[in-house]
Write a protein that binds this ligand. Structure first.
Ligand SMILES: Nc1nc2c(c(=O)[nH]1)N[C@H]1C(S)=C(S)[C@@H](COP(=O)(O)OP(=O)(O)OC[C@H]3O[C@@H](n4cnc5c(=O)[nH]c(N)nc54)[C@H](O)[C@@H]3O)O[C@H]1N2
Ligand SMILES: Nc1nc2c(c(=O)[nH]1)N[C@H]1C(S)=C(S)[C@@H](COP(=O)(O)OP(=O)(O)OC[C@H]3O[C@@H](n4cnc5c(=O)[nH]c(N)nc54)[C@H](O)[C@@H]3O)O[C@H]1N2
Ligand SMILES: [Mo]
Length: 780
């Protein structure tokens, strides 16, 4: 038996743990024995349950409540983020929220409700907040949704144009064990950061990065990590190729140039499996634009020596080579290009579909990419149909709020932004994830009402009008399963809800009842009824895939079922069937082949995304202009000590801060030039905003680059400015809110220049983890 009553299983996005219970409370989370390389992120979860910033009761922003009590429709949201809140009885908050939803849907239609509610929420299948909110909003008439994600929006749009679907991006990856067994030269653009492989959406049973890199090392494979940061691929035997951020396309183009110039192109593969090579050749050699994309040319852009580029291209052509590209590369201006060019380069090497050869995206961006799993997709809460057809690309939220009705281009379409009056968010944090937070704050003043369910008074909750206290994953029973791992788990309630916190399901059930949709939303089931219902449906699906799952009672008692590992040879290599029979197994592209030139994209006429992969200098990068006001490139990558903003207030995340601030890494040379000392607090700034951070000096980073990970809770000083100083170290006060291109309109956080200076004034306290001010009704 796996679990005992004093060690129930709980599941998080960063792993599966036993809750060690003392006197009916969890005191620690210990990893399950099945996990060879568990993550310590869970260490901060227990103290966070009872932190002062816990939301314990429903609360309403003071002037919002005053306006509604006077029957006024307050449209001035300028108080959002700074005003005090008034705690109210649960029923009153529910009445108020249901009233707002009903008013907006009657006066403006459901197309005025934004319910995209992007975010990772927590790992269980039933209490998954996005599924809950989408089901709820659908049951009351629908909402404007978002498409894509912040993770790989540009890739999501470009990859299907090139290979016909999302193979190699979200599915059908060549598995890690195949790579470990066959690849001779592994080139990792963006590395394979252990910090990122700690997590995977929906939960993890086994962390697999270490064992696979270990196997590659043992076999003597050549490991090349192309990245501005050395430890993006950790451990011995890794060649670090520092590169200027945002310039990988130039490096790949130059590798293509070497292959062409030295007659190493796999023309047989190109003839059978691709279209458009001639156009790409004309561009690479410079016949079409007068610029030959030689290694010397690329050295000037990337900072990688020309001889190294030639060596790398020839090494790849002379061995079984695999190109990995992290998701980070496309979270940048023209982020489509490195992805398109990586596919083109892999095609020129001719190894796509061979054992351990070709390309693949997002390995170690999350643990589950390349994890061999049985073909079983476990059911989740059905979301019902959305009667509203309208959507926005997810990262265009501030544009939509600021520019209702205005036109924008997207993937060949001419669209218009909706006119959004009400925003409801549960399970995501736009004041974590969105770029240019000062701009978002201006946009956030526009809606008539903002409703949020969350567990903590994080910056999103503080910027809401109506706040509902939600339980955390440790405070409710749930089912967990991931399409990228081999487990089904029972995640147990191990703590009582804080204060009056309720499950999102309970909050939405109560709202649905007030809006005449109780039955549609609940189908008459309580939580346990749903868990049994979903589990039985999953058990049927598993049986159809020849996997026997125990009955619900046994499952619940044991806590965890590990599914059988699939036969690795069955998992194959990405596009192997296509390679073997390009006609019969043709791709869903217009040509049926891999498109190195896309007539369709060329037909859109976008100068920021032409018909073939191209080097398009980003708006902000370490090119010639960088010698100007903001000479440092800011990498705002994923944090090592938490998932995004989740549990930033917990002890594990806080232990890594200095002077209570987030730590920014900087090269010693860049620090010396600015009189900045190790461990001191600095001001990081550009024309969009400024934040404080504590400095760690390192030579593991390319000079000219600074790294401040995401996730420190935004903590604006209440200084009346429209660009208030963030006291805590949230890089999104600095990043730019531009679409990657008109093709994808994805987020482009990584194209960001800044300057850094010592902070010599008295250090302001960090208030991010304090609850907001509360007022009493009638006087604020
Ligand atoms: N500068 C920069 N910005 C970035 C990125 C970057 O690389 N650089 N990366 C981007 C990427 S890839 C992503 S995916 C986004 C991530 O952005 P998000 O996914 O929005 O970030 P999280 O902090 O995970 O937000 C989850 C929120 O849900 C809440 N929550 C958790 N469980 C529950 C629940 O059961 N119910 C309710 N109601 N709430 C719950 C948490 O408390 C938290 O506030 O950030 C993006 N932003
Ligand atoms: N611990 C932890 N793990 C996470 C997350 C988290 O919040 N915490 N978030 C998860 C989520 S939602 C996602 S989408 C994934 C994201 O996965 P990624 O997007 O792959 O993650 P990042 O950490 O943003 O970037 C990885 C590395 O790419 C490098 N890099 C950045 N720009 C460039 C460039 O232009 N060229 C090259 N060659 N390298 C570059 C950076 O040095 C960075 O450390 O991570 C997931 N994993
Ligand atoms: Mo992501």
């Amino acid at each position: 038996m796996l679990q005992s009553p004093d060690r129930p299983v709980v599941v998080t996005h960063w792993g599966t743990y036993h809750a060690e219970m003392r006197d009916g409370r969890p005191v620690a989370l210990s990893p399950i024995a099945e996990d060879p390389d568990p993550s310590p992120i869970a260490d901060g979860m227990i103290d966070a349950l009872t932190a002062p910033a816990r939301i314990e009761r429903p609360a309403i922003r003071a002037s919002f409540l005053a306006a509604r009590e006077e029957g006024r429709l307050e449209t001035d949201g300028r108080g959002r983020g700074f005003e005090p809140f008034i705690e109210v009885p649960f029923d009153e908050a529910l009445d108020l929220a249901a009233g707002e939803i009903d008013r907006v849907r009657r006066e403006h239609g459901n197309g005025a409700i934004y319910g995209g509610s992007y975010g990772w929420a927590s790992a269980g299948r039933f209490h998954h907040a996005q599924s809950q909110i989408h089901r709820f909003l659908n049951s009351v008439g629908g909402y404007v949704r978002s498409i894509q994600n912040y993770s790989y929006a540009a890739a999501d749009t470009i990859v299907p144009h090139v290979v016909g679907d999302k193979r190699g991006l979200v599915s059908a990856h060549t598995s890690w064990p195949r790579i470990a067994a066959h690849t001779e030269t592994l080139i990792m653009f963006g590395g394979v950061p252990w910090k990122n492989a700690q997590v995977s959406s929906g939960g993890i049973a086994r962390h697999i990065l270490d064992e696979n890199l270990g196997a590659l090392r043992q076999r003597g494979a050549r490991l090349v990590s192309v990245s501005p940061i050395r430890d993006d691929t950790a451990g011995d035997g890794v060649e670090w190729l520092p590169i200027r951020p945002g310039t990988d396309t130039a490096l790949m183009l130059a590798m293509a140039h070497v292959l062409i110039a030295e007659d190493r192109v796999a023309t047989g593969f190109l003839d059978r499996c691709t279209v458009g090579f001639e156009t790409l050749v004309a561009y690479v050699t410079g016949t079409s634009d007068g610029v030959a994309k030689t290694p010397q040319w690329a050295e000037g852009i990337t900072g990688v020596p020309a001889a190294t580029i030639r060596d790398l291209a020839l090494a790849a052509a002379s061995s079984r080579a695999f190109l990995m590209v992290a998701w980070s590369l496309q979270r940048a201006d023209s982020g489509e290009q490195p992805y398109w060019m990586a596919i083109a380069l892999a095609a020129m090497l001719g190894q796509i579909g061979l054992a351990g050869g070709g390309f693949g995206f997002g390995y170690a961006s999350v643990n589950g990419i390349g994890n061999p799993v049985p073909k079983l997709s476990f059911p989740s809460l059905p979301q019902l149909d959305n009667p509203v057809a309208d959507y926005i690309p997810v990262a265009r939220i501030a544009d939509a709020l600021l520019h209702p009705g205005e036109p924008y281009a997207f993937n060949g379409m001419d669209r218009r932004y909706p006119d959004l009056r009400l925003v409801y968010w549960a399970g995501g944090n736009p004041f974590h994830h969105h770029q240019d937070l000062n701009r978002l704050r201006r946009a956030w003043q526009k809606p008539e009402a903002v409703i949020v369910n969350d567990s903590w008074w994080n910056p999103l909750a503080r910027h809401a009008d109506i706040v509902f206290p939600a339980t955390t994953a440790l405070e409710r029973n749930d089912l967990a399963a991931s399409s990228r791992d081999r487990f089904i788990a029972a995640s147990h309630k191990v703590a009582e809800p804080a204060g009056e916190a309720r499950d999102d399901y309970a909050i939405f059930s109560a709202l649905a009842a007030r809006l005449g949709a109780a039955d549609a939303f609940t189908e008459g089931r309580d939580v346990e009824g749903w868990l049994r219902h979903l589990y039985e449906a999953g058990r049927d699906k598993a049986a159809a895939a020849d996997i026997a799952l125990p009955d619900f009672e046994t499952f619940w008692r044991d806590g965890l079922v590990m599914l059988p590992a699939p036969d690795l040879d069955d998992q194959g290599d990405l596009l192997a069937e296509f390679r073997a029979a390009p006609e019969a197994a043709g791709l869903a592209t217009p040509s049926g082949r891999i498109e190195l030139f896309s007539e369709r994209i060329a037909g859109f006429g976008y100068d920021d995304c032409p018909g073939h992969p191209a080097w398009l200098p980003p708006r902000e990068w370490l090119g010639a202009e960088a010698a100007g006001t903001y000479p440092l490139h800011l990498i705002s990558n994923q944090p090592k000590t938490r998932l995004h903003s989740q549990y930033d207030l917990g002890s594990h995340s806080r232990a890594a801060k200095r002077h209570d601030r987030e730590v920014m890494r900087m090269h010693a040379k860049d620090a010396a030039a600015r009189g900045i000392a190790e461990g001191s607090v600095v001001r990081v700034f550009n024309g969009r905003g400024a934040c404080l951070a504590a400095v760690e000096l390192t030579d593991d980073i390319l000079p000219g680059v600074v790294q401040l990970s995401t996730g420190a809770w935004y903590d604006p000083a209440d200084d009346g400015s429209d660009r208030p100083l963030d006291r805590h170290g949230n890089p999104n006060v600095l990043t730019a809110d531009h679409g990657t291109s008109r093709l994808s309109q994805g987020p482009s956080a990584q194209s960001c220049l800044v300057e850094v200076e010592p902070y010599r004034s008295t250090l302001p306290p960090v208030c991010a983890f304090d609850p907001p001010a509360f007022a009493r009704r009638g006087r604020d």
